[in-house]
Design a protein around this ligand. Structure first.
Ligand code: NI
Length: 263
């Protein structure tokens, strides 16, 4: 069974020297499909281009909260047009990041562009990929308000509490789990994975970031997802194969535009 990689950034410059060699290797090694996630406008265009180049790669389009300077009055129209591309399967990554931006007016702008991109996702019928850092409550409140109207998505690189994870699961949201779950000090995330059902978990790397143990601090890539699946299996008392299979099904349910015959 192939691994469904739900979150990577292969447009990152850290892959500039070997992208065209590495990607076919990763895919041949059993990772497919891969969702490449935009964060800037440049990264969004690069993700769509990569998705057009590789059968196994799909794209998410959106502006990351820390990249708010990329957002202007034309942005929603551009994202709307891109979302018509059959290989664009989500709006992301979008959300709130109060860790890097402490300024209240910036945080307010982040909330505004988060909501505008959520509204676009609802309009075009795509799920959202959410980034949230030091902003758990505001992120939750905004999604909670919108989820009632049928919004679907994943909280990527989940770092919140067990209680909040349960609430997201109740709303039908997925919890994105990556390399952090292998870290020795990842107590809260370990508790979250133990607590929520496997049917609410998605596998992701956030490559080139967040490499799992024993590669912590190195450049990450999707071939390390076997380590993440292994750790989740340990925590759930099951096999890595079952983790791969169930999370793959979860991803196809959420990202409905990805054709299932990809297997
Ligand atoms: Ni990311």
């Amino acid at each position: 069974m192939k691994i469904f990689e739900t979150h990577a950034h292969y447009d990152d410059e850290q892959f500039d020297n070997d992208r065209s060699i590495l990607l076919p290797q990763i895919i041949a090694g059993g990772v497919s499909p891969i969702i490449n996630v935009g964060a800037t406008m440049r990264g969004t265009y690069a993700s769509v281009k990569m998705a057009e180049e590789y059968d196994d790669i799909y794209a998410a389009v959106g502006i990351h909260p820390s990249e708010y300077k990329d957002f202007n009055e034309e942005t929603i129209g551009i994202l709307r047009n891109l979302s018509k591309n059959p290989k664009v399967v989500a709006i992301g990554e979008i959300g709130l990041d109060y860790y890097w931006d402490k300024d209240e007016s910036v945080q307010k702008f982040q909330r505004e562009i988060f909501k505008r991109q959520i509204r676009l996702a609802k309009e075009v019928g795509l799920p959202i990929i959410v980034h949230s850092r030091d902003a758990a409550k505001d992120t939750f409140d905004i999604i909670n308000e919108e989820a009632a109207a049928g919004l679907k998505g994943v909280v990527h690189c989940y770092s919140g509490s067990v209680e909040m994870a349960r609430e997201y699961v109740k709303m039908g949201f997925y919890i994105g789990v990556g390399g952090v779950v292998t870290f020795k000090n990842a107590k809260t995330l370990v508790n979250v994975v133990e607590d929520i059902p496997l049917t609410s978990i998605l596998l992701e790397t956030d490559s080139p970031y967040m490499a799992p143990t024993p590669h912590r601090g190195e450049r990450n890539d999707s071939s390390y997802l076997t380590l993440v699946a292994g750790r989740i299996a340990e925590l759930k008392g099951t096999t890595a194969e079952e983790v791969v299979e169930i999370t793959r099904n979860n991803a196809f349910l959420l990202f409905g535009k990805v054709p299932k015959d990809n297997e």
